[in-house]
Design a protein around this ligand. Structure first.
Ligand SMILES: [Zn+2]
Length: 309
């Protein structure tokens, strides 16, 4: 295929839903511009597309480029790209503007991305929990966050498959400057699906219960510019402190006091630099992986900083 014929095929494809355009006609118009008038190919292409847009009464962003790449949500890293995605509707939000038909979160194995559909596009509504192949969506960037916009040309095909939506993992580094209350050896509510941390033997939902022991740390990591609240679950806490849950219970029994555990953890860990990776949940980073970067820094300096938070 000649270069012009390839361009002609692409243009005809872009307008196939809107106009009765055949490739030969598009090629002829391109050829005319390029060969008769010595117009550069890209400019000829733009000019021909514009004339068809006018004929169809469409805006530039209402037609796709055809033959998009299927892109994973976490791989979106450019503004205004025409792409196809296969994703699950993880959440629908209440639109804040009348011009928005739907807004929410799409998810695939790689992560989650916001999507927006506008009223003017007049698309069928997406359902929460359903998986779709969305053809011809446009990427959008705002302050480094990417989203996708559905538009008049977006094709929506519901798929009969399940997608395991991945967590967007984040990685932060810094000095552990505080270990907050509710850390160390804790008790959780044993009620099915509750797991709330007990305060003086009471669950805020279920009242007095016989709690189950657990270990965790709610820590604050400071990278010098901002602080991150990190939750270290039992496994990570055991690795980090080299204190197992059994040992922690023994320590508490010997001392007749559970707070000895968190006191020892504070002494061991504060001032040490860590690299923590894991999903973000609200204001917390849930530590999946933790790497110790240094031996403890000057504890005095760190404590001064900790008190200032
Ligand atoms: Zn409970």
């Amino acid at each position: 295929m000649s270069d012009l014929r390839t361009h002609a095929a692409e243009i005809a494809e872009q307008f196939s839903d809107h106009l009765d355009v055949d490739e030969a006609e598009v090629e002829e118009r391109l050829e005319n511009l390029v060969e008769e008038y010595r117009v550069p190919v890209e400019e000829a292409r733009r000019s021909v597309i514009n004339s068809y847009l006018e004929e169809a009464g469409l805006e530039r962003d209402e037609i796709g480029r055809g033959g998009n790449d299927e892109v994973r949500l976490a791989d979106i890293d450019e503004d205004e790209q025409w792409i196809d995605v296969t994703a699950k509707v993880v959440e629908l939000w209440e639109p804040r503007s009348e011009s928005i038909a739907q807004v929410g979160l799409l998810g695939d194995e790689s992560g989650r991305t916001k999507f927006v559909a506008f009223e003017t596009s007049d698309l069928p509504k997406l359902e929460e929990g359903a998986v779709y192949r969305l053809g011809n969506v446009v990427t959008d960037e705002y302050q480094g966050n990417f989203s996708v916009k559905l538009n008049k040309t977006t094709s929506i095909e519901e798929l009969d498959e399940e997608i395991e939506v991945g967590d967007d993992s984040t990685t932060v580094e810094g000095a552990l400057v505080d270990i907050q209350s509710g850390s160390g050896l804790i008790k959780r509510c044993p009620e099915e699906g509750c797991t709330r941390v007990l305060q003086n033997g009471r669950c805020s939902e279920h009242g007095d219960v016989d709690g189950e022991f657990d270990l965790r740390i709610k820590g604050v990591l400071d990278d010098g510019e901002r602080v991150y609240e990190i939750i270290f679950g039992r496994d990570v806490t055991e690795d980090l402190t080299e204190i197992t849950l059994d040992e922690a219970q023994q320590m508490a029994m010997d001392a007749l006091d559970t707070t000895v555990v968190v006191d020892e953890m504070r002494e061991d860990l504060l001032g040490t630099y860590y690299r923590v990776s894991g999903p973000e949940l609200g204001r917390y980073v849930l530590a999946d992986e933790v790497e110790r970067l240094t031996e403890p820094a000057d504890p005095e300096a760190v404590l001064i900083k900790a008190r200032s938070i």
